[in-house]
Design a binder for this molecule. Structure first.
Ligand code: DX5
Ligand code: ZN
Length: 221
């Protein structure tokens, strides 16, 4: 099934031991850091902002996959590029001029991602799928870690895979929210390329071993 990427979500890390948790990811088989930025407007929660991402960036030795859950993300594209973002994902629901936003992210030297809320159908991406580097399917309602995985995500992965193939596009499929050993294998078998995992990794007794376990399920799919 090709290579699979595990992206631990720093939202679930111990913020009082952030450097320790970053080193854990550096020394693990995870390929990306997933960074959740929430503004308290697009989602009902506020996570962290630029100073914290700057601190993460200083220690992280792997690409930063930044997920913006904020309104009007165009305001901060250059800022996130300057902070070391490798992938910048904006929400379809937060962008009036999504095509322009995608082009601006690429012009700033980052890979461009689009996230879809659970209620947003994959078909809204039909006219833009060839322009994006990654599609993030939210498998929980964005705003909080530790929520239960929404089963309809499996159907959306199939629909997205088919949309990508129909258009000869190359976008990676990322799944975000409620990823565990119970769904990792099936998600990757359906076509997921990137699995974000927050509480399942950082809430476990041995996060490094948990990353190994999810990756094993992902590549075995
Ligand atoms: C939710 C965030 C997720 C979250 C995943 O709004 O986008 O990245 O951190 O956390 P878990 O894996 O705990 O569901
Ligand atoms: Zn996220």
């Amino acid at each position: 099934m090709g290579s699979k990427i595990i992206a631990p979500s720093i939202l679930a890390a111990d913020f009082a031991n952030l450097q320790r948790d970053i080193e854990m990811v550096n020394n693990s088989k995870a390929e990306w850091f997933h960074i959740d930025v929430m503004d308290g407007v697009f989602v009902p929660n506020i996570s962290f902002g630029m100073p914290v991402i700057k601190a993460i960036s200083k220690h992280a030795k792997k690409p930063l996959d930044i997920h913006l859950m904020i309104v009007d993300p165009d305001r901060y594209i250059q800022t996130f590029a300057d902070l070391g973002g490798a992938v910048l994902t904006v929400h379809y629901e937060a962008c009036t001029h999504l095509h322009r936003t995608i082009q601006a992210i690429k012009a700033a030297g980052m890979k461009a991602g689009v996230a879809l809320n659970p209620h947003t159908p994959v078909s809204v991406l039909e006219s833009i799928i060839s322009d994006v580097d990654l599609v993030c399917l939210m498998s929980v309602n964005p705003g909080f870690g530790g929520q239960q995985f929404i089963q309809n995500t499996f159907a959306k992965v199939n629909q997205l895979k088919s949309l990508i193939q129909t258009h000869g596009a190359t976008a990676l499929i990322e799944i975000d929210g409620g990823v565990t050993d119970e769904n990792a294998e099936m998600l990757c078998a359906a076509g997921a390329d990137v699995l974000v995992a927050g509480s399942y990794v950082f809430g476990s007794d041995n996060p490094t071993a948990t990353i190994d376990k999810i990756l094993g399920l992902a590549v075995g799919a």
